[in-house]
Design a protein around this ligand. Structure first.
Ligand code: NDP
Length: 330
């Protein structure tokens, strides 16, 4: 079905050289698409300022200055869950709705979190290297793994949508499960810890799926790692900024904890050399949600939010800062 004429005249700005191809293709079918290289006010011409009513973006800094350079802006459709690069509080203060893409990535990211945990404790990476380098043939069996998933107690930092999906999977593995959020999540039966440090002292496995931003910046620090203990394993599928990476590399190198499996880093795509050099460390290039199927679902929800706003006057999945904004039409 082709887009209604009133919507085809709405200008949506994509302020980056990269956005998922399906999102770009859908925006160009549904709206008038304009692209600029980056979110830089120097690239906003008077014509653009007068026309842009929506933005679609991923992993792009959209600060107050950029938002203010677009006086007709009504909605920012963020592609992804972690929208800390968008000044959503400022957008809300201007009446601009910000949406993100909750739920469509839960299962995919949870699968990867469990895969990382298993691969790390049972040393899949070095065991495979043993086989490929011919050592199995020459030297015999790979060493027994020092760690196991058996008997582990897992603490999840961020028991939200994805945290809950991870916990559901872990129940089947027979490990104990606890969590830390700022507030108790009444929808789950697991043990709640009001501080990350208390939880780290009571578990040996920390899975972080907390969002980025100032409230979680370097929350997993040297003290938390020490509390986890020498059998400790850290898995991070949330945001790299939640870990003090220098402290983590030090803890791995000195045996303060046993291992780490990370999908996310503080300054992607740069990965600190100290982490590349650290033992028992499994590193992935931020792929937890990166299957074709799931990223297409993210693209659809990103664009569906824009369509719903301009057709019906209401967004589908506004972020917390914008949840109380009045909608455009009833
Ligand atoms: P949710 O909003 O559903 O859950 C986030 C959880 O984190 C909530 O339970 C929240 O509880 C808790 N939390 C937030 N801030 C803090 C804090 N300062 N201290 C303690 N707990 C906190 O988000 P999702 O589960 O959908 O996604 C979580 C994050 O995962 C995203 O923000 C994103 O950064 C990351 N992600 C990574 C992907 C990848 O490819 N690796 C893909 C998708 C998401 P409370 O508010 O009570 O504190």
């Amino acid at each position: 079905m082709s887009a209604p004429a009133f919507r085809r005249d709405v200008t949506i700005l994509v302020p980056s050289a990269t956005l998922h191809a399906h999102a770009v293709s859908r925006i160009s079918e549904e709206f008038r698409l304009v692209r600029i290289e980056r979110a830089d006010i120097a690239l906003i011409t008077p014509e653009l300022a007068a026309q842009v009513r929506g933005i679609a973006a991923a992993m792009t800094v959209l600060d107050a200055t950029f938002i203010d350079a677009l006086p007709k802006l009504e909605i920012i459709g963020y592609f992804g869950m972690g929208y800390e690069s968008v000044d959503a509080a400022h957008a809300a203060s201007r009446g601009v709705i910000v949406t993100n893409t909750p739920d469509v990535m839960n299962e995919e990211v949870a699968d990867v979190a469990v895969g990382l945990l298993l691969a790390c404790v049972r040393e899949f990476g070095s065991a495979e290297a043993w086989l490929r380098s011919g050592r199995w043939m020459r030297e015999g069996n790979y060493l027994l793994s020092a760690a196991t998933l058996r008997g582990r107690s897992v603490g999840i930092f961020g028991m939200g949508r994805i945290g809950t999906a991870i916990a559901r999977r872990l129940e089947a593995f027979g490990v104990s499960i606890a969590y830390h959020n700022r507030s108790r999540n009444d929808a789950v039966p697991y043990r709640y810890f009001p501080t990350l440090l208390e939880m780290a002292a009571s578990v040996d496995t920390l899975i972080s799926v907390a969002p980025g931003g100032p409230s979680t910046e370097k929350a997993i620090n040297a003290e938390v790692l020490k509390a986890l203990g020498p059998d400790g394993v850290v898995v991070n599928v949330g945001r790299g900024s939640t870990i003090d990476e220098a402290a983590l590399a030090e803890a791995l190198t000195t045996g303060v904890i046993r291992g780490a499996a990370l999908d996310v880093f503080a300054d992607e795509p740069r990965v600190p050399q100290a982490l590349l050099d650290a033992p028992n460390t499994l590193l992935l290039p931020h792929i937890a949600s990166a299957s074709r199927r799931t990223r297409a679902a993210v693209a659809d929800l990103c664009v569906d939010n824009l369509v719903s706003w301009f057709d019906k006057g209401r967004p589908l999945t506004p972020v917390r800062e914008c949840a109380d904004l009045p909608y455009r039409a009833g």
